[in-house]
Write a protein that binds this ligand. Sequence first.
Ligand code: AMP
Length: 293
Amino acid sequence: MKKVTQPGVLEKALASFRRKGKTIGFVPTMGALHEGHLSLVRASKKKNDVTVVSIFVNPLQFGPKEDLKNYPRLAANDLALLKKEKVDFVFMPSEQVMYEKDHSLLIGFESVTSREASPSSIQAISNRFCGEFRPGHFRGVMTVVAKLFNVVKPCEAYFGAKDFQQAVIIRKMARELNQGVSVRILPTIRENAGLALSSRNQYLTPGERRRALKISEVLFWLRDQIWAGGKNLPTLLRQAEEKLLESVDSVQYLAAADPETLIPLEEIQRNMVILTACFVGKTRLIDNVILHA
Ligand code: AMP
């Protein structure tokens, strides 16, 4: 496993594999790795000749009052985990390397095809759900992922359904910008008790962790209600939110959407995603369930 900090060094190394016709799989992360990240690494290893993992806590995607400073940084442990998975390259650029002093371009959302952005445009998707509470977040995510795609030029990039809105936005960005990357979205890995694995779970006290279990419990309850023939989506969502509030401190959103377009749904349909963001103590947790008919 090679650890690389300079984009030029990685580009050169990967170019020689590309010339030999080798496929490159890429897993972007912010580190503090867990089994969720490792599931993406294993999928990439299985499908590609060369696997690159990036570890970069991207300041652009954090709001001024968010947890950038306290975000867990566990480089030594991360490197040991990735070595065990036989990852080929770990890209760990510094903030100065990723964003030069006068870095100015953000991947924005202006629609060139219509004045009124359609509800399935990247602009519209980025402003709802998490975007409503984290203004600029997805612009930061798209900017860093676009930069990383330009350095790695992967055939396939792997993202977790855990951050479903992010994955849908990146898939759309890759298509609209002809980045030549297939974006794979893989299932959320959970603790046995149901809690979706997240680097932010480290912030939870034991009591908060117990309360956080309610999130997956309620999402699974909703899924089961719908599968059992429950008909009235707004009522089910209202009941689910009440259940959530028995344990979590606040609910930013709990909503159903079409899994392709992320347009919110008022009625049950064959394929749906139900997404939520909640606070447990000071920790903001997101989760979702995907329903296929
Ligand atoms: P992060 O380090 O939080 O930016 O996450 C890096 C990648 O790992 C993203 O594509 C996430 O969606 C994915 N990921 C995070 N948690 C999980 C999980 N529990 N299961 C599957 N993928 C995950």
